[in-house]
Design a protein around this ligand. Structure first.
Ligand code: BG6
Length: 494
């Protein structure tokens, strides 16, 4: 299947050099390098382009290229040696120790040379793909070596989450960033925004006349957002155990999905217009009365495979009280949504991988059918499927065929990506890297959004009491079901 990257109308960025800090890490080989390779293949990279890997491991250019070669072969289904030949010539590497000012001087010197040898015209994109503990030092050294502002061309910085551990540290990180970069130079990644289906939310909502009239408290009963993972913590327990599901997923990905679902129609598809609207939603959340449930998985079975409990994962302390699941009930207190509950849930080691947004509509006000078989019917639900099986379905009630008693069942009217477009959705990182090079910040989070996100979750972080266990391979702890059942609702089963 072709990738949709090839069918985009061409938006080619300016020549530039991309510097990846943390180039020997997992994110670089799993996500960034494959996305860059695919951009080259789709002819979306600038005509003149270079990549500099910058991290602790002592690679030569040659060794770095070998390692990236292996990574591409491992992570891509359709790897092509001819494309690789062109790609490999773009790759360079500079090793850098702790507080290694000399390495930053060398980087500066090399970037200058690339302006000639790779014709990168003074444009630089810095990408922080290191653990967050390293951010402050890198930012300080970029600043003190005079690389944050170019004499000619543009300089931008892409930064990976987590943006702090709480409101205070997020503000501190922002201050450090702003000592060398303007907000217009900063691109904070939330990779969910790079997902094709998440961008399609804008279109499903704002390019369909039938959506707007019903997208409010008059017709919507409630909204559910689920991001369920089958995976556990893999090899990231050290990070994960100090983060937990609230910091790792709720603060960013789920709140972004909520903001896109609830935002007002923007007057233009422009970065600050969209972000202004999202901030208003996050602001309105602050005043909601929040209920939530934290959970941690114990051993269980997923797809007939036994998986150990969170406590037994390598590098997880036996007495860890970190949540691997969280469910929240909250309200967006504004004219559109007052009184409509938003239920969010995310967890690791759940029954299956499924991310979706479900708009549940109010029941028909009156049922005229006499049949005793029609006592209770399901509500209409609009299910927007983020991944996998990308698409959407409107669940409507229909008559079961037959001459006997009237029977009604809930059936889907579906839109399926594969069927409609016959292309695979491009990887989120491909889109986000391209947009950062183009200087388009629409799919990146702004400083005030990040603060609002932390303001919302902070009260949840300070509660360490209840932690319900749930078996791996389930839909989470019983408390998460009760959160809805109390009002006669239930989670949509993906
Ligand atoms: C990351 C989290 O941001 O998102 C991970 O740190 C999580 O813990 C991942 O597994 C999920 O992303 P995706 O794209 O696989 O749904």
């Amino acid at each position: 299947m072709a990738t949709a990257a090839t069918s985009r109308s061409v938006r080619r960025p300016d020549p530039n050099t991309l510097v990846i800090f943390g180039a020997s890490g997992d994110l670089t080989s799993r996500k960034l390098i494959p996305a860059l390779y695919q951009l080259l293949e789709a002819k979306l990279l600038p005509e003149h382009f270079a990549i500099v890997g910058f991290s602790r491991t002592e690679f030569t250019d040659h060794e770095f290229r070998d390692r990236m070669h292996e990574a591409l072969k491992e992570h891509l289904d359709d790897f092509n040696e001819d494309v690789w030949k062109v790609f490999s010539e773009m790759l360079h590497y500079i090793p850098a120790g702790d507080h290694d000012e000399a390495a930053y001087r060398k980087l500066k010197q090399e970037l200058k040379e690339f302006d000639t040898t790779h014709q990168s015209e003074g444009n630089r994109l810095f990408y922080l793909a290191t653990p967050p503990e390293a951010y402050a030092e890198i930012l300080e050294l970029i600043g003190s070596s005079g690389m944050a502002k170019a004499d000619e061309g543009w300089t931008r910085i892409v930064i990976e989450k987590p943006f702090g551990r709480d409101l205070e540290s997020a503000i501190a990180l922002d201050e450090t960033l702003h000592t060398c970069f303007d907000e217009s130079q900063i691109f904070r990644i939330d990779h969910y925004l790079g997902k094709e289906t998440v961008q399609n939310l804008f279109v499903l909502r704002f390019a369909n006349g039938i959506a707007e009239p019903v997208w409010n408290r008059r017709y919507v009963d409630s909204v559910q957002i689920t991001v369920a993972e089958e995976l556990g913590v893999e090899h990231r327990a050290q990070y994960y155990d100090s983060a937990g599901a609230i910091r790792d997923m709720l603060t960013n990905h789920l709140l972004q999905l909520l903001a896109l679902t609830a935002m007002e129609p923007p007057v233009a598809f422009e970065s600050n217009v969209i972000r202004d609207e999202k901030v208003k939603v996050l602001h309105a959340l602050e005043h909601g009365s929040v209920e939530f449930v934290r959970g941690q998985y114990r051993d269980g079975t997923i797809n007939r495979r036994k998986v150990p409990s969170y406590h037994d994962e390598p590098d997880v302390p036996a007495d860890s009280r970190t949540e691997t699941f969280v469910a929240v009930k909250c309200f967006v207190e504004n004219w559109r949504w007052a009184g409509v509950p938003f239920f969010l849930r995310t967890g690791k080691r759940m029954k299956k991988r499924a991310s979706e947004i479900v708009i549940q509509f109010k029941h028909a006000p009156f049922l005229p059918f006499q049949s005793t078989a029609v006592k209770k019917i399901e509500p209409n639900r609009y299910v927007i499927r983020i991944q996998p099986d990308e698409g959407a379905a409107l669940m409507i009630n229909a008559k079961v065929p037959g001459p006997g008693d009237m029977k009604i069942v809930n059936v889907p009217m579906t839109f399926d990506y594969d069927e409609s477009f016959r292309v695979e959705a491009p990887e989120a990182y491909l889109r986000l890297l391209l947009d950062a090079m183009l200087g388009d910040a629409t799919l990146f989070t702004r400083s005030d959004e990040v603060r609002r996100q932390w303001m919302f979750v902070e009260p949840l972080l300070s509660v360490w009491g209840d932690l319900e266990r749930y078996p791996a391979g389930s839909w989470g702890p019983a408390g998460a079901d009760e959160l809805l059942e109390r009002d006669g609702r239930s989670w949509h089963v993906p």
